[in-house]
Design a protein around this ligand. Structure first.
Ligand code: NAD
Length: 483
């Protein structure tokens, strides 16, 4: 049963790429599903001068692909109004406040305000402070802030941002977006782990040999060199997405499935994450950069990339958790551009049994794979009887995929996150403690790379990364499941 959510959402950066491509279609889906009915309002704001009619036309274009009933779409678009202002100027907030108050009155939304910051990160703190000082927060109901990524560019900058936000909001009003946390199969980790006693009881050092998180892209740097050359795979993918996925994998069982308890359980694991010194960074991490291969140019020959760039377009590393559950179990993470295949997946490698039943083959390690994207899936290999011999075993594979209907019904990450923020459920947002720990962890690595105190491994574009990344696992007697 869908229950209506009464809320007023203000989108900063309302004319931007993210708003048009993701946010309006997501809000429209929530409307079509009945979460938004009559008592909701959307206010758009950006620097661009637009009338409300022009803004509504922009929204109409952006939801075009999802329109099945034009009257329904028009009724939805009626709820949108617009105010142009510069977020860095206090004076502009008075006009925005009037637009918000008028929209709240027109659509009968008392309080319950969400402010979605879909603007450049340098504006996040400024907007939060003006929302408070210029009186845009509601006295009734809730006030929540949805914050786009990246959340800082180091621990110091993230902490500064957190402090600025906390000057105006309580921490539990902050919804830090990591859209990987909104992906269906990332959300499936907890049900798989805790919903199956077989798996729940084996989710520890006694049964698990290692855990691998792979976020592979086939694209190169494209037109993003300005940003990417300063971030690399380490900050673009590992610090946020990979670490947030690891949070679900490494956490203890939460006391309940409330957002508070889930975050507490993840934070307990993050507190146990070992931060590396320089020697350990070199021992446990590999940085790579794609070189030329056939039709592909080398990274340092791509547009706007400095020829002497040492940026990491590939990272592989081992994370260690100093907690009883995980003593001695490596969590491997890797992410790269220009890899063989585009995929996000988790491979949980279980230890092999010791009970050899036949002469031919000993039981092998089995793997639970959670395929996050591009297509969802769960695979599990098991030792089972080989038809050719009595009691010899070989690996068989159980393979599940959602049906076409299930895939079609799966909410996109942005739809889910906007819904959850409206609903006050912070389960699938990044917690400050986890974000802070992830920054401390990656800062230690970034410092070594900035001082150029680690080798830069060149790998052929279109491969699965440098050989050093295979050796990283081989040292522990492990190997990558996805080759
Ligand atoms: P964009 O450049 O397309 O849009 C930026 C918006 O901010 C525009 O509406 C612009 O008018 C507005 N703006 C700029 N300066 C302003 C000012 N001084 N006052 C008021 N408004 C101002 O950016 P985007 O791609 O939509 O990204 C927005 C945010 O979302 C960023 O934080 C980005 O990191 C994040 N993000 C974007 C994507 C994506 O796919 N585009 C994905 C993930 C995260």
């Amino acid at each position: 049963m869908v229950s209506e959510i009464k809320t007023l959402v203000t989108f900063f950066g309302a004319t931007g790429d993210l708003a048009k491509r993701m946010l309006y279609p997501s809000v429209f889906n929530l409307y079509k599903k009945g979460y938004l009915q009559n008592n909701f309002a959307i206010v758009g704001t950006s620097r661009q001068e637009l009338s409300t009619e022009e803004y509504q036309e922009m929204v109409r274009q952006s939801i075009q692909a999802g329109i099945t009933d034009q009257d329904q779409a028009e009724a939805f678009i009626e709820h949108f109004s617009y105010n142009a202002s510069d977020v860095t100027e206090a004076a502009g907030y008075a006009g925005l406040r009037e637009t918000i108050e008028a929209a709240a009155k027109k659509f009968g939304v008392e309080g319950n305000r969400i402010f979605y910051m879909s603007v450049a990160p340098r504006f996040f703190g400024t907007i939060a402070q003006y929302l408070k000082s210029e009186g845009l927060l509601a006295d009734k109901g809730f006030n929540r802030l949805m914050i786009e990524k990246p959340f800082g560019s180091s621990y110091a900058t993230a902490e500064k941002l957190q402090n600025e936000l906390e000057n105006a909001f309580e921490d539990d009003q902050l919804y830090r977006i990591d859209h990987f946390l909104g992906k269906e199969m990332v959300l499936n980790i907890a049900p798989l782990r805790f919903g199956n006693p077989l798996i729940a009881n084996a989710w520890n050092k006694d049964y698990i040999k290692n855990i691998q998180v792979t976020l592979a892209e086939t694209l190169g740097v494209e037109e993003r060199a300005g940003y990417y050359d300063t971030a690399g795979a380490l900050l673009d993918m590992i610090q946020n997405h990979a670490m947030q996925i690891v949070g679900w994998l490494a956490m203890e069982e939460p006391a309940s499935f409330s957002d508070k308890d889930i975050r507490a359980a993840k934070n307990a694991a993050f507190s146990a994450l070992k931060i590396y010194d320089e020697a350990e960074v070199n021992r446990y991490f590999v940085r790579g950069q794609y070189g030329a291969n056939g039709e592909y140019a080398a990274y340092n020959k791509e547009p706007d990339v400095p020829a002497d760039s040492k940026n990491n377009t590939y990272i592989a590393g081992e994370l260690q958790f100093d907690m009883p559950r995980w003593q001695g179990v490596p969590f491997y993470v890797r992410s790269g551009k220009r890899m063989t295949t585009k995929t996000t997946r988790i491979d949980v490698v279980f230890k092999a049994g010791t009970f050899a039943m036949g002469a031919q083959q000993e039981p092998q390690e089995t793997v639970l794979s959670i395929i996050v994207s591009p297509e969802a899936g769960i695979q599990m290999s098991l030792n089972a009887k080989d038809v050719t011999d009595t009691f010899s075993t070989h690996l068989i594979n159980l393979d599940w995929k959602p049906t076409a209907q299930e895939a079609a019904e799966t909410p996109a990450p942005y739809e889910r996150m906007i819904h959850d923020a409206m609903d006050g459920d912070g389960s699938n947002f990044a917690d400050w403690h986890g974000v802070a720990t992830a920054w401390k962890f990656t800062d230690a690595i970034s410092d070594v790379y900035a001082a150029d105190k680690a080798p830069l491994e060149i790998y052929p574009a279109g491969s699965m990364g440098p050989e050093a990344a295979d050796e990283l696992l081989a040292k522990n007697g492990d190997n990558w499941i996805l080759k």
